[in-house]
Design a protein around this ligand. Structure first.
Ligand SMILES: NC(=O)c1ccc[n+]([C@@H]2O[C@H](COP(=O)([O-])OP(=O)(O)OC[C@H]3O[C@@H](n4cnc5c(N)ncnc54)[C@H](OP(=O)(O)O)[C@@H]3O)[C@@H](O)[C@H]2O)c1
Length: 319
């Protein structure tokens, strides 16, 4: 290929890439697009002519890339939607934020009462399902946003949170299915996955003591015998210790909610808080042996074995 033809295609390639990005940014910004596009096209063509006619190919291409980069940078990033008026109430409801949720128990899955499983499901899954179904027609009308506060325990098997985690997993699946279906209606759906925060429920020691008492009173004799109260007490202590490390500043969660409601392109998932993104990475991309060990070290620094296992180990040692 002749040098001039090669140079033409190279300039065209560079210009297409940068111009494509610029068009994308202009369309996402709040400028009126047609006149702005004309101005930017003229700028790109002017720079291309100057560089290709006045400079040798290599230097010209370098200068052209730099110029395109600078031109592209002058397009302001997309602004969030305005809160006033249209963004909040158009003809229906702009945003539904599903926040209500409970964690009614901690402890091994086998020890958790059926009422705990049902309690979590009732509020976290069925409650959210009902509210969503009630308000969805209004959200569809305004092509608005559906934002749901779930939990990383709905994605990863956190020890001692089976009842809560299972209800949030069911919730995640429901919301993710809706996300696909609502694309047709131009409704954007996001899930927020907060790390550990000191909120009403988690720091209410009396509430947890009450839950613990309820568990002890309702556990079958055989399970109580096999696990032993010292095992349950240690789980409670570990739970309280873990709750102490929770964060007070809720801004990562509230900022994520605001972004999910007002950004033009909200994310599907928001990992709100320190370490949640890392936990997700470990769970999804590292071998199961590593992610299992990570979760055990994070939540289950247990030193007390269930009573039946202690007896079993003692018998083995005597042999
Ligand atoms: N805190 C954390 O570390 C953490 C971590 C991950 C996910 N989350 C999730 O974040 C969301 C908010 O929880 P939070 O930590 O802020 O707890 P919270 O302070 O106890 O708030 C729970 C909220 O849920 C409402 N609620 C509970 N049961 C309800 C019911 N049966 N009907 C209607 N509303 C009910 C409560 O309403 P009332 O005030 O009227 O009782 C309260 O507004 C939950 O979905 C939770 O699973 C929290």
């Amino acid at each position: 290929m002749e040098e001039s033809a090669l140079s033409f295609w190279m300039y065209l390639g560079v210009m297409s890439v940068f111009f494509g990005w610029t068009v994308k940014r202009i369309l996402a910004s709040e400028r009126s697009s047609a006149p702005t596009l004309l101005v930017y096209s003229a700028l790109f063509l002017l720079m291309e002519s100057l560089c290709s006619f006045c400079l040798p190919t290599c230097v010209g291409l370098g200068v052209f890339c730099a110029a395109c980069w600078l031109i592209m940078g002058t397009v302001a990033a997309a602004k969030p939607l305005p809160v006033e008026g249209k963004a909040v109430f158009i003809t229906g409801l702009w945003g539904l934020v599903n926040n209500a949720g409970v964690c009614v128990n901690f402890g091994d899955a086998e020890l958790s009462l059926m009422s705990n499983y049902r309690g979590c499901m009732e509020v976290n899954f069925f409650g959210t399902l009902e509210v969503t179904k009630t308000f969805l027609p209004l959200v569809r009308q305004s092509q608005g946003r559906l934002v749901t506060i779930s939990s990383p325990s709905g994605e990863q098997p956190f020890p001692c949170l089976a009842a809560y985690g299972a209800s949030k997993a069911a919730l995640n699946l429901f919301i993710n299915t809706l996300r696909h279906e609502l694309k047709l209606w131009d409704v954007k759906v996001s899930i927020i996955l907060p790390s550990s925060y000191k909120t009403g429920q988690s720091r209410n020691v009396e509430y947890w003591e009450e839950q613990y008492k309820h568990l002890i009173e309702n556990l079958s004799l055989s399970l109580m015998e096999e696990y032993g109260e010292e095992y349950l007490l240690e789980t409670k202590q570990l739970f309280f210790q873990f709750a102490e490390t929770a964060t007070e500043d809720l801004s990562p969660v509230t900022n994520s909610i605001a972004e999910a409601l007002l950004s033009r392109q909200p994310k599907v998932r928001y990992y709100a808080g320190q370490g949640v993104g890392l936990m997700y990475f470990i769970h999804c991309y590292l071998p199961v042996s590593i992610s299992d060990r990570f979760l055990q070290k994070l939540f289950m620094k247990k030193s007390v074995l269930p009573r039946a296992l202690q007896k079993h180990n003692n018998n083995n040692n005597k042999k």
